[in-house]
Design a protein around this ligand. Structure first.
Ligand SMILES: C[S@@+](CC[C@H](N)C(=O)[O-])C[C@H]1O[C@@H](n2cnc3c(N)ncnc32)[C@H](O)[C@@H]1O
Length: 315
């Protein structure tokens, strides 16, 4: 991720009347590490549900690779835990696999490549980890039109985008893919708001959101004091998203030296740091159709909290 994109995004978000920053800004190596700890929490159900889906349906997914040589590409791979269950199955099924995880977090890619090399040492698995933005990374590999591609976009990563941003992201992805390629996307589904509020309010989530302030301090020479902010997430029925905020506990002025600017916070003013839209199956069908894909199959966990939706490119 280029430094000026980080700077422009921070300046734009902190200049809004209602301050709001996107959650991708939180991910450096430390941010990824905290996110991995979150995925192990009892109340944080998405990671567990998706791992259950992968463990249950890995043979069906593996069958998609058996007829045609396929490159496995993962956007925002993080710790790749769920993908590892699929890779193990593919290798057991004798499939020669090329796996390309792409993530902006260098720590996440370095760890994943290291663990894969340890776990699949004497196998035919070929790994190329790319520390890059989704589309920078994809552009560098989509030239190879001969190899069919299976693109994974797991976790709650698409949930984190505004609906119009998710649509334009998917349309852009559609342009880069060929007719035979497919896409497997994780969607967190709408459920009891009590469960949603429990999942997003705990010490680790607070640490994760506050890490954004460390990132801004480090990258843009700012002077945020994490002790002067608290985090709280709320499910918003209007937007149908869990929205996470940092609240300034006092009136304060933040200096951001690299941007040559000061940002004022009133006491208890909020800064939105994350959002996670909760989808219905109808929303997912509409999104697929409007961005040039067709749903081939939906894989659910046993509680139907989460779905991994398999999409085919329509050209
Ligand atoms: C919500 S986490 C999900 C991680 C993993 N897929 C999982 O299911 O646990 C989002 C991941 O996307 C990565 N990411 C966010 N924005 C990105 C971008 N523009 N380009 C590449 N990776 C990005 C983050 O570093 C992070 O690892």
């Amino acid at each position: 991720m280029k430094k000026n994109i980080f700077a422009d995004t921070v300046l734009k978000g902190l200049s809004l009347k209602k301050k709001k920053l996107p959650s991708w800004l939180i991910y450096d190596s430390k941010g990824s590490e905290i996110f991995t700890q979150i995925t192990k929490l009892e109340n944080y159900y998405p990671a567990r549900c998706e791992l259950e889906i992968f463990n249950t349906h890995k043979s069906t997914l593996s069958n998609l690779f058996s007829s045609t040589p396929t490159q496995l590409i993962e956007l925002g791979s993080g710790d790749g835990k769920k993908t590892m269950a699929l890779i193990r199955q593919l290798i057991e099924d004798g499939i020669k696999l090329q796996y390309t995880p792409i993530d902006i977090s260098k720590g996440a890619i370095d760890n994943l490549v290291k663990i894969l090399n340890q776990n699949f040492e004497n196998s035919s698995l070929k790994i190329t980890g790319l520390v890059a933005d989704y589309f920078e990374g994809l552009a560098s590999i989509t030239e190879n039109k001969k190899l069919r591609k299976m693109v994974l976009f797991l976790g709650v990563t698409l949930n984190n985008m505004d609906i119009p941003d998710a649509k334009s992201f998917l349309k852009r992805l559609h342009q880069l893919l060929n007719k035979e390629d497919c896409l497997l996307i994780g969607f967190d589904l709408m459920k009891n708001p009590k469960l949603l509020n429990q999942a997003y309010n705990n010490e680790l989530f607070e640490k994760f959101n506050l890490h954004l302030l460390d990132r801004i301090n480090e990258c843009l020479q700012a002077n945020f004091n994490k002790n002067l902010f608290v985090q709280q997430a709320h499910f918003n029925p209007q937007s149908r998203a869990v929205e996470s905020f940092l609240y300034s506990t006092c009136k304060q002025t933040i200096q951001i030296n690299s941007l040559n600017t000061n940002i004022e916070f009133a006491q208890w003013e909020d800064l939105q740091t994350e959002q996670s839209f909760k989808y219905s199956i109808q929303d997912i069908e509409n999104l697929a159709c409007e961005s040039g894909f067709k749903i081939t199959e939906n894989f659910y966990d046993s509680k139907r909290y989460f779905v991994d939706s398999l999409w085919q490119v329509i050209k």
